[in-house]
Design a protein around this ligand. Structure first.
Ligand code: FDA
Length: 319
């Protein structure tokens, strides 16, 4: 119930206006967000890189309300790609299609995505297209497939284990060789489309993970790529140790070398586990969100874990 309430709050404009004005809210949110400026984001990535961890930078924003805002999001994203190159960061980027105007004009959002992909190609970088709620799953996969057909090989998709449809989606993506990040799923979905019980989501996650690992073991050697920017075909994005253990054993059974799969986690969550996996020789990538539009992202992090809500409230009393 708490999860649903926070996910609903993430879309409420009144709550966004109220909460983002409060200093205590930013104090709490900054545990999960690298900063409000690109400079702060670059510093966070440099720290991670020094620890042997790769990053994916996310210029926060979603459900953009007009195409001018979408165009400025594109400009900001092109600049961050430039900064990654200038600073020699081991980081790629993650984008959301609703930030690029998908809710307003699908074709314009696609052109915006192509501008980002072209700049990423020029700077030898990779773009992960985050997956949002189920109302846009199909169009997101369609646009990724279309860019792939147009010859872009520097992009990847995200598949959510809570959706029943995901097994079929994974098989199609693997067949085409499109890199996949597997996540549990962070939005509020109806039981007609998604497993309502966490236990079933976990089981589905393990099953999809095995399909992905087997599919990737049949793809042969990884493509030539710039170390730290291009991920392998399989990215397992979770902080759940049981899921990670199962992924490791499936990969060992399939005879995959450690660098053939990547573990991904969110900034500020389970840093101990990030380091442990990196020390074991697995590529680890941390999702580093930054920018002023942090409110919906922060609400989803609160929704995932009741303890975070107490952490949020405790910041109210912290001087
Ligand atoms: P689970 O929720 O079972 O948590 C396992 C453990 O992780 C918890 O016991 C706790 O220790 C820790 N943990 C998890 N969440 C926490 C939190 N918020 N605060 C503190 N500790 C926490 N989703 C989506 O729908 N589309 C997307 O594109 C992405 N992209 C994405 C990228 C990356 C790199 C990651 C890691 C995750 C996403 N997600 C996502 C989010 C994902 O769907 C999911 O909501 C979160 O990862 C939380 O689920 P876990 O898999 O960690 O498991």
């Amino acid at each position: 119930m708490l999860r649903g309430a926070f996910i609903s709050l993430s879309r409420a404009q009144w709550a966004q206006r109220w909460i983002t004005r409060k200093k205590f809210a930013w104090r709490a949110a900054s545990r999960f967000i690298a900063g409000e400026t690109p400079e702060e984001a670059v510093l966070a990535v440099q720290r991670l890189n020094r620890e042997g961890i790769h990053a994916t930078l996310d210029n926060l924003g979603e459900n953009t309300e007009d195409l001018r805002a979408a165009a400025s999001a594109v400009e900001e994203t092109l600049l961050i790609l430039e900064r990654i190159k200038q600073h020699g960061l081991n980081s790629n980027i993650s984008i959301k299609l609703t930030q690029l105007g998908l809710d307003l004009d699908v074709e314009q959002a696609y052109q915006n995505m192509l501008s980002i992909l072209s700049k990423a190609r020029e700077t030898q970088n990779f773009v992960r297209v985050d997956m949002e709620d189920s109302s846009i799953t199909q169009v997101t996969l369609n646009l990724i497939g279309r860019a792939w057909e147009e010859g872009f090989r520097n992009l990847g998709a995200v598949i959510q284990a809570y959706l029943y449809r995901s097994e079929e989606d994974i098989r199609q993506l693997v067949e085409r060789g499109i890199p996949i990040r597997l996540v549990k799923g962070a939005y509020k979905e109806p039981a007609a489309l998604a497993y309502p019980r966490k236990r079933d989501v976990d089981l589905h996650f393990d099953r999809l993970c095995e399909i992905l690992i087997l599919g990737s073991s049949l793809q042969g050697s990884p493509r030539t790529r710039v170390a730290g920017r291009f991920p392998p075909l399989v990215a397992i994005a979770t902080h759940d140790e049981n899921r990670i253990r199962r992924a490791v054993s499936a990969a060992e059974k399939a005879g995959l070398p450690r660098e053939a799969l990547e573990f991904q986690m969110l900034y500020g969550i389970r840093r101990d586990l990030q380091h442990e996996l990196a020390h074991q020789g697995y590529p680890v990538r941390v999702y580093v969100p930054y920018g002023t539009h942090w409110y919906p992202y922060f609400m989803r992090r609160l929704a995932e874990r009741p303890a975070n809500v107490w952490f949020f409230v405790s910041n109210l009393f912290h001087r």
